[in-house]
Design a protein around this ligand. Structure first.
Ligand code: KIV
Length: 272
């Protein structure tokens, strides 16, 4: 095995903003380790997320709630070593941002390990935290719609924003977070028309997962893209390994080009 030597183009928040302005779609993928990060960034994935989905796909828990800041910091360290220049985002895990000072302290841990942006789950209640972090140089990705850290409050992993009033609330709160300084909004499991409305209404880049084809970028979980996670996959999941003629590298490249040319997600992988 040889040590990483390649250096690719560096993606920053400005790259994503320019892509939004020019209408070029960007791809994102979760990453948890050195080789995964290397392969994904080498295949052209623009954003790597050290997601707290690691609680399920790496640790085997039934939710992301048991993940700690130490777990996340460890995986950020591993991913940073393999990353060839994708924007590296890390999740602040459950209860690591329950006060403003906790959020600063824990975000600083992840940034020192190599994260370039932190992701938090929630709506307008996070406005002050978002302002505090971004004013101190920590870019924020606000994760809205289905927020898995609140699975017990939501009563399950269900599509959000089907009710037009709930959809309007998500839009209003996304604007509050954008005004508070959020650099990116990630929207999970909402009808495609709501994903598109958010994307058209916000100035910041919008990343979708199960939010239709109308968002600026798409994200998938590494294990879902390769069909590795046991059990029934969510509707928005596509196994790119199944159609690859070049193993994992081919699957990653196919994902990147399907996002770029707008063929993923299609209606079969969207909530209409
Ligand atoms: O933790 C994670 O992997 C995520 C993605 C599902 C967006 O938040």
């Amino acid at each position: 095995m040889s040590v990483q030597t390649k250096k690719e183009k560096r993606i920053t928040i400005n790259t994503l903003k320019k892509m939004k302005q020019s209408g070029e779609k960007f791809s994102a993928l979760t990453a948890y380790d050195y080789c995964g990060a290397y392969a994904a960034s080498d295949a052209g994935v623009d954003v790597l997320l050290v997601g707290d989905s690691l609680g399920m796909v790496i640790q085997g828990h039934d939710s992301s709630l048991p993940v700690t800041i130490e777990d996340t910091a460890y995986h950020v360290r591993c991913v940073k070593r393999g990353n060839l220049g994708s924007l590296l985002v890390a999740d602040l895990p459950f209860m690591s941002y329950y006060t403003e000072s906790k959020s600063l302290e824990n975000a600083a841990i992840l940034m020192r390990e190599g994260a370039q942006m932190v992701k938090l789950e929630g709506g307008a209640w996070l406005a002050e935290t978002t302002r505090l972090l971004s004013e101190r140089g920590i870019p924020v990705c606000a994760h809205m719609g289905l927020t898995p850290q609140s699975v017990n409050h939501l009563g399950g992993y269900q599509v959000q924003g089907r009710d037009p009033e709930q959809g309007q609330t998500i839009l209003k709160e996304a604007k509050v977070l954008q005004d508070a300084g959020a650099s990116v909004i990630l929207i999970e499991c909402v009808p495609a028309h709501l994903g598109e409305l958010l994307t058209q209404s916000l100035e910041v880049p919008v990343i979708g997962i199960g939010a239709g084809a109308g968002t600026d970028g798409q994200i998938l979980v590494w294990h879902d893209l390769l069909g590795l996670y046991p059990g029934k996959a969510a509707k928005f999941v596509k196994n790119f390994l199944a159609g690859s003629d070049d193993g994992i590298q081919g699957a990653l490249r196919d994902y990147v080009s399907a996002v770029k040319n707008g063929t993923f997600p299609d209606s079969e992988h969207s909530y209409l």
